[in-house]
Design a protein. Structure first.
Length: 362
């Protein structure tokens, strides 16, 4: 066997090893997705606050104490937010649930003039076709949303897993944050020495992408949640705090969060207010928020070098939630970042290879 043939076989074995490893990891993730949520959440918390722990460590605090202080501060902030907001949100959630039938009836009354106008200008056959199309679309949307929520619930939001999130996530986050540098060093030691520089370059690109998106997008969501909650409450919208906070948190999903928030907010405004001026004020709040997100917040806090297309993020979040429940939602962005970096690396390798230029490059 020639030397070239041996190198070719070695390359094939390497490719088979990586493909087999990826498939085994995907199968294991799917099999354990119902119990992985607190561990993935703990990993996310540790990754998010590792720079803070590093700063405390450089200030002379031991790594273990720094990790403990960071986790305690995180838990304390979460408890304060829940204590302050939970009573208000609970009242608004219960109020919204009890008034949903009335809101739907009010919306029907508001839309009735438009429907009568359609009846006057459309034939009976066209009206029947329109009704059938709307009903079919509504059924499909409700079925899809219900299936997605059911998958998220059964995959990661059952009562036991909610308790495990509260109890296990802080413990996992503490130990990972305490041993983060050791884990990274150990993993680095296991990488193939011949390709260590390539691995370092790609891991750096992945880390920069995840950090820029997750930390930046979290800041965007926080700013938008505060803005919408205050703006809608001051506008006098019923359940304005609930709708505002929900819209800000859902802003993590590009365009989808803003769309759901605007539909909900304007729908409630149409049912609540008798004048169009108040409805337009609510709509203007959402338009201003979306404009600020697109042209000010996202460019400054997230940056333009993330390399994650909004459509790709939406697909990843929905696919992750449908396949792996809450675990899939938590892993969607990191996995998307890894795939994006690897695709860009693969394309760059292809453009530099003889397969692209036919061996004509000097």
């Amino acid at each position: 066997m020639s030397e070239g043939s041996g190198e070719h076989m070695s390359g094939d074995r390497k490719a088979f090893f990586w493909i087999a490893g990826f498939i085994a990891f995907a199968v294991l993730l799917y099999a354990l997705s119902s119990i992985l949520a607190p561990f993935v959440a703990g990993l996310a918390v540790a990754y998010f606050f590792d720079p803070v722990a590093d700063r405390l460590e450089r200030a002379g605090i031991s790594r273990g104490l720094a990790a403990g202080l960071v986790i305690l501060a995180f838990l304390g902030l979460a408890v304060v937010i829940l204590v302050l907001l939970l009573p208000l949100l609970q009242a608004q959630i219960l109020g919204l649930l009890t008034t949903v039938p009335d809101l739907i009836e009010l919306l029907r009354e508001r839309v009735r003039p438009l429907m009568e106008l359609l009846y006057e200008n459309l034939s009976s056959g066209e009206i029947d076709d329109l009704k059938s199309a709307v009903e079919a679309f509504a059924v499909d949307i409700l079925a899809w949303v219900g299936g997605l929520l059911k998958g998220v619930w059964s995959g990661g939001m059952a009562f036991f897993n909610i308790v495990s999130l509260v109890v296990i996530t802080p413990l996992v986050a503490f130990y990972l944050l305490r041993d983060w540098d050791q884990i990274v060093a150990r993993f680095d030691h296991l990488l193939p020495r011949r390709s260590i520089d390539v691995f370092h370059q790609q891991f750096t690109a992945i880390d920069n992408t995840i950090a820029a998106f997750v930390r930046g997008q979290a800041s965007v969501c926080l700013v938008l949640a505060v803005y919408y909650a205050i703006g809608l409450t001051l506008a006098g919208l019923d359940f304005g705090l609930l709708v505002g906070l929900g819209t800000g948190l859902l802003a993590f999903i590009p365009y989808v969060g803003a769309s759901i928030g605007m539909i909900s907010g304007v729908g409630i405004a149409l049912a609540q207010f008798s004048d169009w001026q108040s409805v337009l004020i609510v709509a203007a709040i959402f338009i201003a928020g979306q404009t600020a997100e697109s042209y000010i917040l996202t460019p400054r806090l997230v940056g333009g070098r993330v390399g994650l297309h909004p459509i790709w993020i939406i697909f990843a979040l929905l696919a992750g939630g449908a396949l792996f429940g809450l675990t899939g939602v938590l892993l969607a962005v990191p996995v998307t970042a890894v795939i994006g970096v690897l695709i860009r690396f693969g394309v760059s390798q292809y453009l530099e290879s003889p397969f692209y230029d036919g061996g004509q490059a000097e």
